[in-house]
Design a protein around this ligand. Structure first.
Ligand code: SF4
Ligand code: SF4
Length: 343
């Protein structure tokens, strides 16, 4: 019959090879049953009750996108291409391609990009958002269900939680973001939970955290798929604040709100502790399988800081070279940032 699906099973090796060919950097596959025990508001089996398998895709954050923040010279690239567009552009492109491949073979797919908005549980605070949504039927969670990407990555065997609560993979350490899909396809093989140890509890993430958001001593312990998992207690609201530029904005040179790319421009602190310090440490310790010809940080490097209590000043030689129109990027409105005139 014309238009009939291709009557062919898809193997785990085949879907992983395809995912990598179309842009994923690491792939793990787990049976949906691994979500057993998840809180109702966080259980994706309510989203797609017929799903048998979950495919989790990891996408590397290019190390160079942290460079401008490391040097203190260019800040848009990490929050833009290294954060929002990985989640909102690249990840969905790969999900669309995998969806098409599986649909052509008659399988339904629920692709889940790394984006939030309508979740009944606040993804930052973990608290319930009263007044947002109502049950559509008794017994179901309130819309929208919030799926934890790092827990999905753990269930799919992609790595472990670091003390920072960041998810660390053996390839990239904390330099990775995730997307996933749920499907009614069953696979011949599923990945085991990762049993290695990447995080050595060096606590450099704590010492370098711009928001003082990660506890040095207090931890959180949870059981995920029968495994005991522990990470350092994270103050999410302190992280939210710190991410904008650290305490007193010392880790941001910008005085106003930073312009956004893909609706996201906040991460000007460049995840100073939980990504950069951790990544540098793991690279130095040869803990990661993806290596570089040159170290990220040269000996003698010190973290720059900006004193925002001092009056704003432009050196006279800069004014002489460029002139001064009195308007800075920090004054641009969101509307200006998205104006086609900026293209
Ligand atoms: S910086 Fe050290 S303690 Fe923190 S997550 Fe990385 S390896 Fe673990
Ligand atoms: S993003 Fe910044 S403020 Fe948040 S935990 Fe990481 S280092 Fe700390």
């Amino acid at each position: 019959m014309e238009g009939k699906y291709i009557d062919q099973q898809v193997t785990s090796a085949e879907i992983k090879a395809l995912a990598k060919r179309v842009g994923a950097d690491c792939v793990g596959i787990a049976p949906m049953s691994r979500w057993e025990g998840a809180p109702k508001q966080n259980d994706p089996r309510y989203i797609f009750p017929g799903a048998k398998s979950m495919i989790v895709l990891g996408f590397r954050i290019p190390r160079g996108l942290l460079r401008g923040i490391e040097e203190g010279t260019r800040f848009i690239d990490y929050p833009g291409m290294g954060y929002a567009s990985l989640n909102q552009v690249h990840g969905p492109m790969v999900l669309w391609k995998l969806n098409r491949y599986l649909e052509e073979r008659g399988f339904e797919v629920f692709p889940l990009q790394n984006a939030n908005g309508g979740d009944a549980v606040n993804p930052v605070t973990g608290k319930f958002r009263g007044g947002l949504s109502r049950h559509v039927a008794e017994g179901r969670p309130l819309p929208d269900v919030l799926v934890h990407f790092r827990i999905a990555a753990y269930l799919a065997g992609l790595g472990e939680f670091g003390w920072s609560k960041m998810f660390l993979t053996p390839e990239f350490g904390p330099r990775v973001r995730f997307a996933m899909l749920f499907t009614d396809a069953e696979f011949d093989a599923y990945d085991p939970i990762y049993e290695g140890h990447i995080c050595d509890r060096c606590k450099l993430c704590v010492r370098n955290c711009g928001g003082h958001a990660i506890s040095m001593t207090e931890s959180v312990k949870v059981t995920i798929a029968g495994h005991e998992v522990e990470w350092g207690k994270l103050d999410e609201l302190a992280c939210e604040e710190g991410l904008h530029g650290g305490e007193g904005h010392a880790l941001s040179p910008f005085d106003g709100e930073y312009p956004r790319q893909y609706g996201y421009g906040r991460a000007v602190e460049g995840a100073c502790g939980c990504v950069r310090a951790c990544m540098i440490h793991l690279e130095q310790r040869n803990k990661l399988t993806k290596t570089f010809r040159n170290p990220f940080r040269k000996p003698g490097w010190t973290q720059w800081k900006v004193d925002h209590t001092k009056p704003y000043e432009i050196p006279p030689e800069v004014v002489a070279e460029y002139g001064l129109d009195g308007e800075t990027k920090a004054e641009a409105s969101d509307a200006d940032a998205f104006s086609p005139l900026n293209d």
